[in-house]
Design a protein around this ligand. Structure first.
Ligand SMILES: Cc1cc2nc3c(=O)[nH]c(=O)nc-3n(C[C@H](O)[C@H](O)[C@H](O)COP(=O)(O)OP(=O)(O)OC[C@H]3O[C@@H](n4cnc5c(N)ncnc54)[C@H](O)[C@@H]3O)c2cc1C
Length: 402
């Protein structure tokens, strides 16, 4: 592995972290990152909630549970070392009734099983000591949950790997990879291919990961089905009503965490993200659409099976898409003093969520090796928290495994 030439496809936080890990472990190797945009980290890595998740929710023993906890430690360490802003503002997951209390208790048990530091349950009075304007019957408090800018972290990693001798080639969209006698060629959309061949390739293509994998001979499913998440920034004068992060108890039938209050590292307070099907994998405006992307999910059996099973949750999310008032009302259930707050639409993010043909959403991270090519096939939240640990896992365990 020492003097090899590695290619990484995708300059998001995962691709950049993999490139960094390769250079740390094999300083004499050559590493080339191919990114289709003109800058790194233009997609999920800079369109997210910016939360360093502590690992509360994830199935013990799964990759998410393991890599989120390790990743959170590594992100904190990286921010300290590189002087990147890191705010351990804490998080409460708030139950509003007895049904939610039961679900919250099982999240608490998971967080204990996952050895998340310092978590504890709060009663209604204790909630107000942490979040004075928040109401709830019980809450799970995670004081170590933090906020960062993953876009800034990705930029810093890009600078670091350039200093360590990597090449980052921008504006090059890879269409497929071919492997011949353990050497891999990288092909581009203009029928061109890169002059060198590579010994190993790691594909970290986020919203395009299923296409790149399938075009390179890997299995066709699960497919990425894009779900957007809209954020709103609340009126500056009201932002002190929330101190840190306030989350609802997730609905077990819907795999997203629900609209929450998120303090941003730049000091803004946002609410969001909701979760609804996106009319394009990379259309952030909300008014644009992409015919190929729409065709892809409309002709996918999994999408129709998912839709038929999730009508109530989809209807709830649609209400937040159609009406800003509804959106704010969802959040104000937790902080009633913000019921009439004015909000401004902020960016939306689009989740690269893998979906199986039976309509189930793939919960855990999926990383597959095919010859000397490794594909990240599913890395939704907490994928940014976990990125430095995902990189360690790929380089130290997956790539060395024959
Ligand atoms: C709304 C939302 C909220 C989230 N909140 C959180 C959070 O609070 N905490 C957390 O830990 N995680 C969160 N996540 C998840 C997190 O953002 C992602 O897990 C993480 O950013 C994934 O990084 P990535 O590098 O795999 O993908 P991306 O950042 O999407 O990067 C993929 C890169 O590959 C490039 N690419 C794609 N195809 C090609 C090609 N063919 N050729 C060349 N380049 C290509 C793209 O241009 C892109 O730069 C959230 C995600 C969303 C959408």
């Amino acid at each position: 592995m020492v003097n090899n030439h590695y290619a990484v496809i995708g300059g998001g936080i995962n691709g950049l972290s993999v490139a960094r890990q390769l250079l740390l472990d094999f300083p004499d190797s050559r590493v080339t990152v191919f990114e289709k945009e003109q800058k790194v980290a233009q997609h999920q890595s800079s369109h997210n909630s910016g939360v360093v998740h502590a690992g509360l929710y994830y199935e013990p023993g799964g990759l998410k549970a393991r890599l989120c906890r390790r990743g959170a430690e590594l992100v904190k360490q990286y921010c300290l070392e590189k002087d990147i802003a890191y705010d351990e503002c804490g998080k409460v997951v708030v139950a509003l009734n007895t049904v939610e209390e039961i679900r919250l208790e099982s999240i608490y048990q998971r967080s204990i099983a996952n050895k998340v530091a310092d978590v504890r349950m709060l009663n209604a009075e204790e909630i107000s000591a942490v979040e004075p304007n928040c109401i709830g019957t019980k809450a799970l408090y995670s004081p170590r949950t933090a906020i960062v800018s993953y876009g800034d972290i990705a930029q810093k990693i890009a600078e670091e790997i350039l200093e360590k001798g990597a090449d980052i080639i921008l504006g090059r969209a890879v269409t497929h990879l071919t492997e011949n006698n353990k050497k891999i060629s990288v092909h581009f959309s203009d029928n061109d291919h890169h002059d060198s061949t590579f010994d190993y390739v790691v594909s970290c293509a986020g919203l395009q990961s299923d296409r790149l994998a399938a075009h390179s001979g890997d299995i066709k499913t699960p497919k990425i089905v894009p779900f957007f998440g809209q954020y709103y920034v609340i009126d500056e004068a009201y932002k002190e009503h929330v101190k840190g992060l306030i989350y609802p108890v997730p609905d077990p039938s819907y795999p997203f965490l629900g609209v929450h209050f998120t303090k941003r590292i730049d000091g803004q307070m946002t609410i969001g993200p909701n979760a609804f099907i996106s009319l394009g994998r990379e259309n952030y405006s909300g008014t644009d659409y992409n015919v190929v992307d729409i065709y892809d999910f409309l002709t996918y059996r999994g999408f129709w099976r998912f839709s038929s099973k999730n009508v109530p949750a989809a209807a709830r999310e649609l209400r937040t898409v159609l009406s800003q008032t509804n959106f704010v009302a969802q959040a104000a259930k937790y902080v009633p003093s913000l019921a009439n707050v004015s909000v401004t639409p902020a960016t939306r993010g689009i989740r690269a969520q893998a979906m199986e043909t039976d309509g189930s959403l793939v919960d855990d991270f999926v990383i597959r090796k095919q010859g000397n090519i490794t594909h990240i096939r599913n890395a939704p939240s907490p994928g940014a928290t976990s990125s430095l640990a995902i990189a360690e896992y790929i380089v130290k365990e997956i790539m060395t495994h024959e």
